[in-house]
Design a protein around this ligand. Structure first.
Ligand code: SF4
Length: 237
């Protein structure tokens, strides 16, 4: 869960700086992708529900076996809570998550004809699905320009001064306002990957950051003695 205690820059990048930040992200990684493995909208929804307070890598270890048996809500309901629980037991909070996956699958079968709805209100009515999960599904499965604010997006938005805020919702609404329309669709992945691999929670690696020039965070982290001078790469921006 994102915390309001992330260090916040009081200065905001100018409009031209915001444009430059996203142009730099785009240049470094033109087609950013999420890291959860999910072959369709339904498995994506399940994977995102399972990923709450867990890493994508941890979820990806468990889900291939689960999705091999159940890649539709109908199959998941047939699998039953006990079997689902067993298959996801390596993921944190697995008992509750397994119950939610079963219950949301039942609702999809009964109320949504077995389909994942492309609608925020309907998504958020499902067990275990909050605003952030709905935003991820709307973005990745249905191509909407939504902004899912996880702990990485929250931190980067506050540090850079792009969208300082006390809560994920405040940051989300500010990001939607400040990011130029042409970058909105990919923005959530750029910010997540940036926070996950470069603008790290404990110590940001400013010396190899492609947006350092326009970021308002101070003081920037200097390069360590053994740094080879390589900027952040295509995946780890
Ligand atoms: S310059 Fe540093 S604080 Fe700013 S975005 Fe880059 S890594 Fe994060």
């Amino acid at each position: 869960m994102a915390k309001a205690s992330a260090k916040r820059s009081t200065k905001r990048p100018s409009k031209a700086d915001v444009e430059a930040i996203f142009a730099a992200f785009q240049k470094a990684n033109p087609e950013p992708k999420g890291e959860l493995i999910a072959p369709n909208a339904y498995t994506l929804l399940v994977a995102v529900v399972l990923s709450a307070q867990a890493t994508d890598a941890g979820v990806n270890k468990a889900t291939p076996a689960l999705f091999k048996l159940a890649d539709t809500p109908e199959k998941m309901v047939k699998l039953g809570v006990e079997k689902i629980t067993d298959l996801v037991k390596t993921i944190g909070l697995y008992r509750n998550k397994a119950k939610n996956v079963f219950a949301l699958s039942q609702i999809l079968v009964e109320k949504f004809n077995g389909q994942v709805p492309a609608d925020r209100e309907a998504l958020e009515s499902l067990p275990g699905v909050g605003r952030k999960t709905a935003n991820v599904v709307l973005n990745m499965a249905f191509g909407h320009s939504t902004m899912a604010v996880d702990t990485h997006v929250f931190r980067v938005s506050n540090r850079t001064g792009l969208a300082p805020g006390e809560t994920p919702l405040e940051v989300e609404l500010k990001l939607l306002k400040v990011i130029p329309q042409q970058y909105l669709f990919h923005a959530h992945h750029w910010l997540i990957l940036h926070g996950r691999y470069v603008c790290l929670a404990r110590k940001p690696e400013c010396y190899r950051c492609v947006i350092a020039e326009w970021c308002r965070f101070e003081p920037k982290t200097p390069p360590p003695k053994d740094w080879d001078g390589a900027p952040a790469g295509r995946v780890a921006m």
